[in-house]
Design a protein around this ligand. Structure first.
Ligand code: SF4
Ligand code: SF4
Length: 196
């Protein structure tokens, strides 16, 4: 049975040891909505893009400028697995619950099993990032999928050494395994099955 107390407990037990929906593993960016307080977000270092121009004649409050704005992940407000703007976080972040968190709240998976999946996924994400670093990709502030596509395009447009070829096949395999984990347990809309 779902209750606010149960949600809070699961967030404490899982999210504070995860961060996958904020660190560029699951999403490439976060879209803001009208009502999100951009000044608080910018204060904590989030760089917003596609901002609607300020209406200078009316003074344009920050709240009126957020339509179509977004910020990139890994989120600048993430410190370890902790959101530094938690009380001011955007609506999207407030509302988001991954499949695993939902399953834990509904009592469909034990905390220990959920933590094991989180550890496994984080490890895979770290491995993908390490391989991307080995390619000299300097996108530490971008999500894994964007970095992967950039490396893929680069290799497809030029000659590839044997060493690069074998590293790229390890990278492809790692990213594929990561995507399987994300698709199976984390993407919104995922319906947890006890035998997964
Ligand atoms: S991916 Fe799920 S478990 Fe991890 S921090 Fe986000 S909501 Fe919490
Ligand atoms: S604002 Fe907070 S909850 Fe939202 S992506 Fe950044 S760290 Fe995560």
């Amino acid at each position: 049975m779902r209750s606010e107390a149960k949600v809070e407990k699961c967030v404490k037990e899982l999210c504070l040891r995860c961060g996958i929906c904020c660190d560029g593993t699951l999403f490439k960016d976060v879209e803001l909505r009208p009502g999100d307080d951009t000044s608080a977000l910018e204060h904590f270092g989030l760089k917003l893009s596609n901002r609607t121009p300020k209406k200078t004649s009316e003074g344009g409050s920050p709240r009126s400028r957020v339509q179509s704005s977004r910020f990139r992940q890994p989120c600048a407000a993430l410190d370890g697995c902790v959101c530094r703007v938690y009380s001011e976080r955007p609506a999207h972040c407030r509302e988001f619950e991954c499949g695993l968190l939902k399953a834990a709240v509904e009592g469909e998976i034990e905390t220990a099993a959920a933590l094991k999946l989180i550890r496994r996924t984080r490890k895979k994400s770290d491995a993908a990032r390490a391989l991307l670093d080995e390619f000299g990709d300097s996108g530490a502030k971008e999500c894994v999928s964007v970095r992967f596509r950039r490396v893929q395009r680069r290799l497809e447009s030029g000659e590839v050494s044997q060493e690069e070829g074998s590293r790229f096949s390890r990278l492809t395999e790692t990213v594929h395994e990561l995507n399987l984990l994300l698709g199976a347990f984390f993407y919104p809309g995922y319906r947890f099955k006890r035998n997964s």
